[in-house]
Design a protein around this ligand. Sequence first.
Ligand code: LIP
Length: 266
Amino acid sequence: MEKLYEQICAAVREAGTIVLQATAEGKNVREKTSRHDLVTAYDARVQRFLQERLLALLPEAGFLGEEDGGRLESASAWRFIVDPIDGTMNFIRTLRRSCISVGLAQGERMEFGAVYDPYHDELFTAVRGAGAFLNGAPIHVSDCDMAHALVYIGSSPYYPDCIPQTFALAQKLTETCSDIRRSGSAALELCDVACGRVEAYFEYRLSPWDYAAGSLIVTEAGGKISALNGEALRFDQKCSVAAANALCHAPLLQMAEQAQQQTSQN
Ligand code: LIP
């Protein structure tokens, strides 16, 4: 399998050059479900490129990609779960905070993950049971406690119904941790947790392609990840995400429960 993983990384890096060579004229931005949920011609182009390259490597696998045409069912338990450009709004605005995220699952278990930030040439990878890496060097979550933690908040911009609990939890975190941040790429926020740049990240609603690869990178780096109610992540449907180092995961879930009770009383 090591050769396969190396070939997946080569494909992900090549997809990164499509992002770096993008032109404003070529983006052809259009709305998907709302003015918050946009897509470009490059999202579709990167997805087509990856679907062709990855299925050539593992022809029996299924494929689940974010963009139209990215659904391919298979009798095999192997499935690629792909976000061709995670952080599409950032890409549209040239904020240089987007990535390509490729997860490889066997059934409901992630076996391999690769997240590539082409702007900083940072390739995060993880193989189940074999650790997590940044450009080949081992990475590990921090050992910082919540009082001194930096925490990413995800604002679930495609889902206005998530606003009350998102900002109730963000307020509790702001009162408890060192500070909060919002970056707009779930996969990169998970990788920042994995390499100890920040201590935790949450978002009330994401799709499997946002977190499939990053979830394995977090756990293989010694972190913990679940839904905000503590249940296991789902890779067959949308769910919330709570990722953190070993010291901050339980406090994050406790604050989420308090925020849920608070918003249900309002
Ligand atoms: C985005 C996530 C981000 C979330 C957005 C969106 P996309 O992924 O990375 O964290 O807040 O709603 O899901 O759509 O840019 O691939």
